[in-house]
Design a protein around this ligand. Structure first.
Ligand SMILES: Nc1ncnc2c1ncn2[C@@H]1O[C@H](COP(=O)(O)OP(=O)(O)OP(=O)(O)O)[C@@H](O)[C@H]1O
Length: 502
């Protein structure tokens, strides 16, 4: 029973959380029926309780993968974000160029003067779902921008060919008047719950309830974000340098290496976002690629300095000296050496290959951590491997059991060839102990279903409810019986609506 308590809890009824929603068969996403209620935060710990330690390969944190419980909690949060809808009253377009269910991702800034600009233009980022594949995408909209030359879209094709784990992939771009202006929209892969480096390390959190993965939130005053640990800093430097290498090798420049454009998308994982937008906006202006690549290295140096000082203005010329001193007090000499190299103070020509050479020892550490992460994830996957198989089996079972049209069917009666299925259902789910109390034991159910799915030769004794008759059958016979009952049912169903069950 203890096991059931532990394993059973993740499936808590959540209807009282007030977000039970209508299922939109067309989009396969949840839409909130009107009137809309303010949602209570989910108690994630109910969904992702600690798995009994005997089932867990590694409960400890590793560099790229958090402990099992935290990993599950964060995946739940992402899944919930992906299925969320926008607050009412935002007047967002219903559908644009095959994308629907728009949700703004930018923090709502009350004062328009405080909005950041992308070059000379305001931009807004939305999450939207593509009708074609039902997958969420991040759409960056450049407001009031009239794209004159269609030839500019060549940059989208070029960037689409750059596939790198630390670059957010671009998919397409189009112009639209659906926002009541001329907008350019650039579509990227969506990373649910991504945070910019600026938000993660430079922005203080306003007072309020801070959620806690293992319990109720607690009220906290305005909190400063944590300083970036040196180990994490090196991880970021390695990932970003490797992304720059990929782009420079393709004869291009990144141009968006900035605290507000680099996203943290998982434990210690960073990705450069918004690639290609600058090229689209400045298509008319001739560019010196060698100079832009030098500027990329400079931008990386500025980003590291700002990150170390938790201050986006740390690399401004007037405070540069002081910022370097501050950085030197907290971080090792090697960090300062890299930053000074990237600034290229003596007018040196720098290359990304030289940079990689300077930080090569850190690449080895990263690679080891990345391999450990993939081992950890394989182990996590192993614990989930059987879930889909068992759910399919339970669905089959649910389809054939207790159908009213079978009530008078002699095959399901006590002398019929389908009768063992009924008895087996009782054997799996409706057992009682010697005092007549229900036996609710998940491991019994799982064991029976696994043996049934495998069709083992093991025999079990099935007893009727009135204890007047009993049958000895093997799992293999039961499997045949269930398969044939289900095939018959699906044949009848496919006559009217094909492909209902796969
Ligand atoms: N590809 C993406 N996947 C998921 N979230 C994203 C993606 N791109 C951006 N975001 C999120 O969208 C939000 C807004 O991104 P944006 O780049 O517009 O940030 P910003 O510079 O803070 O906003 P603004 O420029 O409007 O002031 C950020 O919180 C960021 O984490």
């Amino acid at each position: 029973m203890g096991q059931l308590d532990e394993l059973g809890q993740p499936y808590h009824e959540d209807s009282h959380y007030g977000y039970v929603s209508e299922y939109d068969a067309h989009s396969a996403y949840y839409t909130i029926p009107s009137p809309v209620f303010l949602r209570q935060p989910l108690n994630y710990h109910l969904y992702t309780t600690t798995i009994p330690s005997s089932f867990v390969q590694s409960a400890s944190d590793s560099h790229f993968v958090p402990s099992t419980t935290e990993l599950r909690t964060s995946l739940q949060r992402r899944s919930e974000t992906i299925r969320g809808t926008a607050a009412p009253g935002l007047n967002l377009p219903e559908e644009i160029q095959g994308y629907h269910t728009f949700v703004p991702l930018d923090a709502q800034v009350a004062n328009a003067n405080e909005r950041r600009k992308f070059g000379n233009w305001f931009s807004t980022t939305y999450r939207a779902i593509a009708t074609a594949d039902g997958v969420p995408y991040a759409l960056r909209r450049i407001e009031n921008f009239r794209l004159v030359q269609q030839a500019a879209f060549v940059h989208v094709d070029k960037w689409n060919k750059i596939r790198h784990p630390s670059i957010v992939t671009i998919h397409e771009a189009f112009t639209t008047r659906a926002f009541n202006d001329n907008s350019l929209v650039v579509v990227y892969t969506y990373h649910a719950n991504a945070q910019t480096l600026y938000d993660a390390y430079c922005k203080s959190k306003p007072p309020g309830y801070q959620s806690h993965p293992h319990g109720r939130g607690v009220f906290q005053g305005r909190t400063q974000p944590p300083a970036v640990p040196e180990r994490t800093l090196w991880s970021y430097i390695v990932q970003l340098a490797s992304a720059i290498k990929k782009v420079h090798d393709a004869g291009m420049a990144v141009r968006t290496i900035d605290l507000t454009k680099v996203l943290v998308t998982g434990q210690n994982r960073v990705r450069i976002s918004s690639c290609g937008v600058v090229e689209l906006l400045t298509h008319d202006t001739p560019q010196d690629m060698a100079m832009l690549q030098q500027e990329d290295l400079n931008m990386l140096g500025r980003l590291i300095l700002c990150l170390c000082c938790a201050n986006p203005a740390a690399a401004n010329p007037q405070g540069l000296h002081k910022s370097l001193e501050n950085m030197g007090r907290t971080y090792g000499n090697e960090v300062s050496t890299i930053v000074l190299y990237l600034f290229g103070k003596n007018g040196h020509h720098r290359t990304v290959d030289q940079l990689l050479d300077l930080i090569k020892t850190h690449f080895v550490i990263e690679m080891n951590d990345a391999l450990s992460a993939s081992d950890r994830l394989e182990n996590e996957l192993l614990t989930e491997l059987e879930n889909a198989r068992l759910v399919r089996l339970l669905c089959k079972f649910g389809f054939i059991n207790e159908r009213p049209e079978f009530a008078r069917d002699p095959r399901w009666s006590e002398t019929g060839d389908r009768y063992p299925i009924k008895l087996f259902r009782d054997y799996v789910f409706h057992q009682v102990d010697e005092n007549g109390n229900p036996v609710v034991h998940l491991s019994h159910v799982l064991t029976c279903l696994n043996k049934l799915d495998a069709g083992t030769d093991e025999k079990i004794m099935l007893v009727s409810r009135d204890e007047q008759s009993c049958l000895v059958v093997s799992y293999s016979e039961l499997k045949q019986c269930i398969d044939s009952a289900f095939s018959e049912l699906s044949r009848a169903s496919s006559l009217s609506t094909p492909h209902k069950y796969r």
